[in-house]
Design a protein around this ligand. Sequence first.
Ligand code: AMP
Ligand code: ZN
Length: 310
Amino acid sequence: MRCKKCPHQAAIKLQRHNIALCKTCFTEFVHTQVARGIKSQQMFAPTDRILVAVSGGKDSLTLWGILLKLGYQTDALYVDLGIGDYSLQSRQKVDYFHETVARALGAKLHIHTLAENEGAGVKELATMMHRPTCSTCGTMKRYHFNRTAIEKDYDVMATGHNLDDEAARLLGNVLHWQTKFLDKQTPTLPASMDGFAKKVKPLYRLTEREMAAYAVINKISYIVEECPMAKGSKMLVYKDVLNRLEAESPGTKQTFYWKFLDKQLKEATSAATITEKDQQRLHPCQTCAQPTSTDICTYCKMMAKAKVTA
Ligand code: AMP
Ligand code: ZN
């Protein structure tokens, strides 16, 4: 099989676009998709300082590399959740990428370790708070992504969520008719009020399979294992269902998520609506000043409970 764009041997077939590409043209294709997403969703400008949250997985490390290649000033944040070997190995992958690729391009790596700052790893914290580990983990990560971006004065915070992640989340929200979450399922969220960083997902146009292929072709060393806490999660079930639909009709995931974005745009469920709603609903937490809808934010409530139980 030949590459659609040049005379070289094809390395990957993209069913949803009905094309096959060689390694170089595929790499180019991924960069173009990221650049197109950044522009069309008004994610950031060439002079903006970006903070990318890196987990050690293929998506976020690849995103860091691509943004640096495209010439953006991009530092990274790793949150060490203290999940045994899994966290140790993820940290090694993040450090290795920083040392071998990012540092030479002037990029910094920030590390936030739960065991040092919150007093325990996420599993132990969840047990103390009588809460499920995954929701505790989500709260911790979101809190520190936002807080670090604000405190260190970044213009925008990026995560490595890809098309599969966004389509699966949309499916979950639609299956349960959680329409109140739909407003915020766009690849760009505005800095709607003081204390909130602008948040972007530059990989929303690329599938999990494409990101894995990019990482392998470009020799990015990443942690392959899923988080041991995620086994049996609903998101994995939704992804599996969508993959089966995709195998029957290539392009299903893209149509599902992108048409949703078109609809949001037409109905003007836009940055202005999100900003207006957030400003009506949220105010600074009495303990830490991060935006929250109650007097004390979920993170501070959880930390208070963990201290009492410890
Ligand atoms: P996940 O929720 O694990 O699918 O991760 C989604 C995105 O969140 C990743 O692409 C990263 O950008 C970010 N992320 C997840 N875990 C971490 C972590 N431990 N430290 C920093 N960023 C993370
Ligand atoms: Zn707080």
